[in-house]
Write a protein that binds this ligand. Sequence first.
Ligand SMILES: [Zn+2]
Length: 372
Amino acid sequence: MTAEVSASGAPAERIGHHVWLHLMDGKAVITHAGKAIAQHPLRAWILAVSRIAEPLLLRDTVWEEQESGALVRSRALMHLARRHRRAGRVRGGGEGARMIELPEVVTLARQMNEALNGKRVASANRGNSPHKWVFYNRPPEEFAKIPVGKTVGEVRGEAKWIFAPLEPGFVLLIGETGGRVLFHQDERTIPQRYHLLLGFEDGTCLTVAVQGWGSILLVTKAELAGHPAARGTSPLSDAFTYEWFKRLLQEYEGRDKKSVKELMITGPGVSGIGNGYLQDILFRARVHPTRKVAEITGRECRRLYDATRRTMKEAVRLDGRDTERDLYGNPGRYRAVLDKRAKGKPCPECGTAIGKMAFLGGAAYFCPGCQT
Ligand SMILES: [Zn+2]
């Protein structure tokens, strides 16, 4: 009775007790005796695994790296597959949920560094509002115990993750997440519901309140070394050159079948871009979201590269999107050209009405006139 879950593309990993299959818009296929018995959008599926089967997974799951990606074998998954077929599709999370992306992460990390570096943690807890779409890698007791007495080190933001060292020995990772990360002068402004609270010796606090889904992990430095959060090339870094980007497109596995959207927002490759900024990048590059990677011409590749660099730099300079909040609850100043507010409105370049379509598990906004 062995069920298998395979996910093409990125490898699966376990970080502590956290189950990780990093493939944003792909599908997980559950097979039994070589036959596919269930398919789910990967993200929803993995969340379901964590919700229903995690205790079992911890006991009897075997993880293997395969040529096609990751393979998970577990008796628990057989049970899970049956439940899913009965219950229909997994609910919750939702691809429409907004996530913080590189510019927001960089802004939050910079502010956390200013506000928290050197502070000692006096109290910690894993939240007062159970939320089935929040990933934790440790039980509440450990979240309450480990941070206490530790000092916040130099906080940094990379890809879609905030790395906050808790010295000595640990790093608090907040990422792949939607919601609010907030600083509080005292306890009076703590939100009613939150999924992490750190209280510092001077009476100030940090809260994380997840909307949609998110990961809050307490990892050792050793665990951090292999974490996918640290992978990929940031579009803000010196390593993100045009030559590198061109090669990424040329050598992209499955480039005949996979879309430019998939290339841009799933790792490894370019890190830190999600469905939010992708809309503006593709608009500025005049590339339609469904275009296959193999069809991208040299000129379009150049435009994609320039649009990526320009959009991300501008958004960092403006402290992220105006639909997100910084550490003090203030909105960013980057206003997206294409998001739900633009739908049906005239394109700023050619006047054609902006369209919307569902594509690869998320809304895609585009100008039918400019983007081909
Ligand atoms: Zn247009």
